[in-house]
Design a protein around this ligand. Sequence first.
Ligand SMILES: C[S@@+](CC[C@H](N)C(=O)[O-])C[C@H]1O[C@@H](n2cnc3c(N)ncnc32)[C@H](O)[C@@H]1O
Length: 234
Amino acid sequence: MGQGREAEHGHRAHPGDQAQLGHKASSGPRAHFHPGRGDFEGVLGLLAGLTMSFGRGRSARLAAELAGVRAGDRVVDVGCGPGRFLREAAERGAEAVGVEPSGQMRRIAGWRTPGALSGRVRVVDGTAERIPLGDGSATVVWAVASFHHWADPEAGLAEVHRVLQPGGRLLIAERLARPGGWFRHHALTWEQGQDLVAQVERAGFSDVTAGRHPLGRVQVLAVQARRPANPVPG
Ligand SMILES: C[S@@+](CC[C@H](N)C(=O)[O-])C[C@H]1O[C@@H](n2cnc3c(N)ncnc32)[C@H](O)[C@@H]1O
């Protein structure tokens, strides 16, 4: 997916460079600051990755249905972790690329990808703030349970906008936190979801919506949007 254009990518300034140089990250609905690299490494990363690679089928199907993934799509999964959502996209006939800062997660995603899907799944080293893929190379970008880890959401959204082709679909899904509930630092409240809607609009996306979707005993907050299509020349 977009491999021919990846080389060009190294020649341009990345919106995420500011965050990597230590400038203050932008404000937004991020619930929990994580610098990205260094998390999910070592033994804890291995345990987290193995835990997340099982029992995520319903979440993966929900993401694929919300994003309308079908054969021919080029899906970029930002913060793909152990890759369950990549496999779901590939099973539906899409090409899927995971962008993942943790080497441990990238290794697990490789082990967990069956040979039959390996031609349609790959995982690259990167972050939301620095996606090593070409402009307009994706028809779908999703980030499932990763947005709350992004070091600089504004830079990440700018990168996602760049990588999506005009008309492409964005899905950001997080567990919906109940105010005062358990584990709320790894989830977004409905109010934070509304802030995220405004931030996604400011990043240049259109048709931005937020929805709640029941998933077993939890609810998923899904923010969906499109990169506007190029205007038809008059
Ligand atoms: C809770 S895991 C979710 C993994 C996967 N999306 C899933 O739902 O199974 C969060 C993932 O985000 C990744 N991550 C952390 N910082 C990131 C960043 N700045 N950009 C992209 N991904 C990041 C982590 O390495 C980790 O794999």
